[in-house]
Design a protein around this ligand. Structure first.
Ligand code: FAD
Length: 406
């Protein structure tokens, strides 16, 4: 809940037009847009710079999101270094079925690890555009959000003192477990969907075993292969809801991956050391509206989408573009149109991607759910992608996020 503002006249109080809480893809993109327009802001981040520059997560970025970054001068290194993917592959019944979406649509996916993007965004914000950022802050609290003088306070990691920052707007970009969502009044509607399965998220020091994403639908559960770089591959393994990483020693992980992703005429997976092994609680949520008073939520703080369709960071960037532009219009020209329509504009893409994730989840998990009826309909859905051009085109549009409008 939003807290009453402490010590407004304290000597350690300062003022910025915007305080951005969280230095993930959403917060750093908002910060960069503001700095490019000459608007001062302060970014507050609980972790260290080196930690956020190395935290492995996403890798798939949609074309429109790269274009949005490019338009704002934020995609230089990405465009130089990222790989482009033109197809994915479904593996089921012991066979591999290539789905060549670029052939079908002329569009592609970009593959660029999230830590590389965060590194680029921090460098641009703090080193090139002179933006203010505090790393390692503690106990961040949001105050007076329903007034026109909101504030954010935090404990300074060096001095241990509380600092108070007054502002006009707070951008809540601090992810799924941050202070921003927690500051909303309890009555704020949040809808949630649980998938009822766990996923073991793995990062392997191993080259990709194919130049495309692989989705393995197997009676023992889903497995995924996502290339990240020439040396690194992300894998997913569906596991029981109560299982933890210790239930999955390396030998078991590789044996299951090999089995679930096995296909005739395809080589076995290239194995390597596991650098990350964590169980994801597979659920989604949406906060609606994404605004409370002067607090504007963006990215995972506002909506979570389990990494089923690789959509979360893309949504975070969409929010950030709209919020950054809306704040600039408001603070430089007094034009509130962007901020007034912010939540509704974001939520149209959010709900579309939520629906696609749910649809794709049925494909991933249907064959192993133990219900022969669901397994049968899942296989029918899968086959339709390869027999019906209309179904294939609809899938490609949602997978690539290329619908003409949201
Ligand atoms: P975050 O990246 O979570 O950033 C929030 C920041 O706020 C963090 O730096 C955090 O340390 C900081 N913070 C937290 N609390 C506070 C606080 N109280 N005060 C200040 N700072 C705080 N998405 C895709 O689009 N494509 C993919 O391929 C993909 N793969 C994924 C794979 C995995 C294993 C996971 C877990 C996620 C994946 N995602 C993917 C989702 C994507 O990583 C997230 O949606 C994305 O990070 C959201 O960005 P964000 O800026 O909203 O939040």
């Amino acid at each position: 809940m939003t807290s009453p503002s402490p010590h407004s006249n304290s000597p350690s109080a300062s003022r910025f037009p915007v305080v951005v809480v969280g230095a993930g893809p959403a917060g750093l993109t908002v910060g960069n847009i503001l700095r490019a327009a000459g608007v001062d802001c302060l970014v507050l981040e609980t972790e260290s710079r080196s930690f956020i520059e190395q935290r492995p997560r996403a890798g798939v970025i949609e074309e429109w999101a790269v274009r949005g970054l490019e338009q704002r001068g934020l995609a230089g290194r990405l465009v130089e270094r990222a790989e482009r993917h033109s197809e994915c592959e479904f593996r089921f019944d012991g066979h591999g079925y290539r789905f060549a979406y670029t052939e079908l649509t002329g569009r592609h996916h970009w593959i660029y690890p999230q830590p590389a993007l965060v590194t680029d965004l921090v460098r641009e914000y703090a080193d090139a555009r002179g933006g203010e950022i505090r790393f390692g802050v503690r106990d961040v609290r949001l105050h007076d959000l329903d007034s026109d003088r909101p504030a954010v306070s935090y404990t300074d990691p060096d001095s241990g003192e509380r600092r108070l920052v007054r502002c006009d707007f707070v951008a809540g970009c601090d992810g799924a477990r941050g202070a921003s969502r927690a500051a909303l009044p309890q009555r704020t509607p949040t809808t949630r969907h649980d998938y009822g399965v766990g996923w073991l998220a793995l990062l392997a020091e191993a080259p990709p075993s194919a130049d495309r994403v692989l989705f393995g639908m197997h009676p023992q559960g889903f497995a995924g292969h996502m290339p990240r770089s020439p040396e690194m591959t992300r894998y997913y393994l569906q596991c029981g809801p109560g299982e933890g990483p210790d239930d999955w020693p390396e030998e078991r992980v590789w044996a299951e991956l090999q089995q679930r992703l096995r296909a005739a005429d395809r080589p076995p997976l290239a194995e390597g050391r596991l650098l990350q092994k964590r169980v994801l609680d597979m659920h989604n949520y949406v906060v609606e509206p994404m605004v409370f008073g002067r607090l504007f939520l963006a990215g995972d703080a506002a909506h979570l989408v389990a990494p089923i369709a690789a959509k979360g960071m893309n949504l975070a960037l969409n929010d950030a573009f709209l919020l950054g532009d809306g704040l600039v219009d408001q603070l430089t020209r007094g034009d509130s149109t962007g901020l007034d329509g912010y939540s509704a504009a974001c939520l149209r893409r959010v709900w579309d991607y939520q629906e696609f994730s749910q649809w794709l989840s049925e494909i991933y998990h249907g064959t192993s759910c133990g219900d022969p009826y669901r397994a049968g309909t899942t296989l029918a859905r899968l086959r339709r992608l390869f027999t019906s051009p209309v179904a294939a085109a609809a899938f490609a549009e949602q997978y690539l996020g290329t619908a003409a409008g949201f």
